[in-house]
Design a protein around this ligand. Structure first.
Ligand code: UD1
Ligand code: UDP
Length: 377
């Protein structure tokens, strides 16, 4: 069975790595990894972390690219590949523009699509933007829909997706995370990958607020607001270190460096490889983020996560109490972080022993579902 796993950004690579590895280890699959290269450095970091060997790279990333640039480059790049070779199915992941464009390219070439991480919804096409639309459209075109949770499977049923196309698998990010946590435990602590933050990460007495943020719908005023909130945290708590591995998108780099650069206890560092980033999540006191993947990883790590968004397509973590939505207003972000730093016992409420997003065996379920689908067709 010929399967192409197609992805292009950091989070897709982390979440597809367990699937690509499982397919590569199974001789009944002729598996290829095709990357769009929507991200470059941040994708390459993950490819090397997971030792993934890429078969084909569309290498589309351009500085400051817009959504049309990404969509058209992926569409034409994959059209050319499908003209010379056709897999039995392609696997795409999540909600990026690489995911939607690869799905559309496969649909135009009459190649079936399996969508990993299907069925997540906010119900608002503007948030997250454009990801909600990317996910809805991908699900509409997919043949197999791998829903991470029972809730995401229900969302697909509510949209009329036939039952036989839906498989509840758990989220593959938990496979990746548990593997990484275990590998980190076996390896000695290396300060060097943390760059300017190395001595702080090594000092177990120092409290750390870990920040990541990059959502398009927050660009402009929303992003300025959240930076002002983080600045006030840093100024109010000089003994607490704020470590922010800054996403390479210029729309993120510019306001973050302008508004947070130069503060002695704010460390703005380049994106981290997955191994040190997981160590930092385990080491930190709390996480302030707008990332989807981190909302899913955090329950396994028992860390409080404050999500700088108004809505989330991942309600399970909110319901379980492991994450809290705090929006992007400077005042609210400051108040929520300040309250946790002031009352460390409040962090206990975020700790859970089980993760609603998965048990670390999602990739195996996806591989079995592919095998069963092939036998049926
Ligand atoms: C993309 C996804 C988003 C996902 C995020 C994960 C879309 C529309 N957005 O957003 O859903 O959550 O990735 O991080 O698909 N850049 C680099 N090097 C890199 C990566 C990015 O320089 O390795 C810079 C480039 O200038 C690039 C810009 O960031 O043009 C934007 O990258 P893009 O993939 O279009 O958007 P993201 O904000 O990364
Ligand atoms: N991550 C990483 N290095 C970093 C920041 C994040 O490896 O410096 C990981 C994180 O653990 C998670 C994923 O990248 O698995 C999240 O990616 P991102 O925030 O770019 O995208 P999103 O999850 O919002 O789609």
């Amino acid at each position: 069975m010929k399967v192409w796993t197609i992805f292009g950004t950091r989070p897709e690579a982390i979440k597809m790595a367990p699937v690509a590895r499982a397919l590569a280890q199974d001789s009944s699959f002729d598996a290829r990894i095709v990357v769009t290269g929507q991200h470059r450095q941040m994708l390459d970091q993950v490819l090397s972390s997971f030792e993934l060997v890429v078969d084909d790279d569309l290498a589309i990333m351009r500085p400051g690219q817009d959504l049309t640039d990404v969509t058209t480059a992926v569409l034409t790049g994959l059209r050319d590949r499908f003209r010379v070779d056709r897999p039995d199915i392609v696997l795409v992941h999540g909600d990026t523009t690489s995911c939607l464009a690869a799905t559309l390219a496969a649909f135009y070439a009459s190649v079936p699509v399996g969508h990993v991480e299907a069925g997540l919804r906010t119900g608002d096409l503007r948030a997250p933007w454009p990801e909600e639309a990317n996910r809805v459209l991908t699900d509409r075109l997919a043949t197999l829909l791998f829903a991470p949770t029972p809730g995401s499977a229900d969302a697909l049923r509510a949209e009329g997706v036939p039952e036989q196309r839906i498989v509840v698998t758990g989220n593959t990010v938990i496979d990746a995370l548990l593997w990484r946590v275990e590998a980190n435990r076996r390896a000695p602590f290396e300060p060097a990958p943390f760059g300017a933050a190395a001595s702080i990460v090594a000092d177990n007495n120092r409290r750390i607020v870990l920040v990541t943020g990059h959502r398009r719908e927050s660009f402009g005023q929303g992003f300025e607001d959240l930076c002002h909130g983080i600045r006030r945290v840093a100024e109010t708590w000089p003994d607490v270190a704020v470590i922010y591995p800054v996403h390479l998108n210029p729309n993120v780099q510019e306001p973050v460096h302008r508004l947070l650069g130069g503060l002695p206890n704010v460390l703005l560092i380049p994106p981290l490889e997955y191994a040190p980033f997981v160590r930092l999540m385990e080491r930190c006191t709390l996480i302030l983020t707008d990332s989807g993947g981190i909302q899913e990883e955090a329950p396994s790590l028992g860390k409080p996560v404050l999500v700088m968004r108004d809505v989330t397509e991942r309600p399970e973590g909110v319901a379980a109490g492991t994450v809290k939505l705090v929006g992007t207003s400077a005042e609210r972000i400051f108040e929520e972080v300040d309250a946790l730093l002031r009352h460390p016992s409040a962090m206990e409420a975020f700790r859970r022993t089980s993760n609603p997003y998965g048990d670390g065996r999602a990739a195996g379920r996806i591989v079995e579902a592919l095998r069963a689908w092939k036998e049926r067709t």
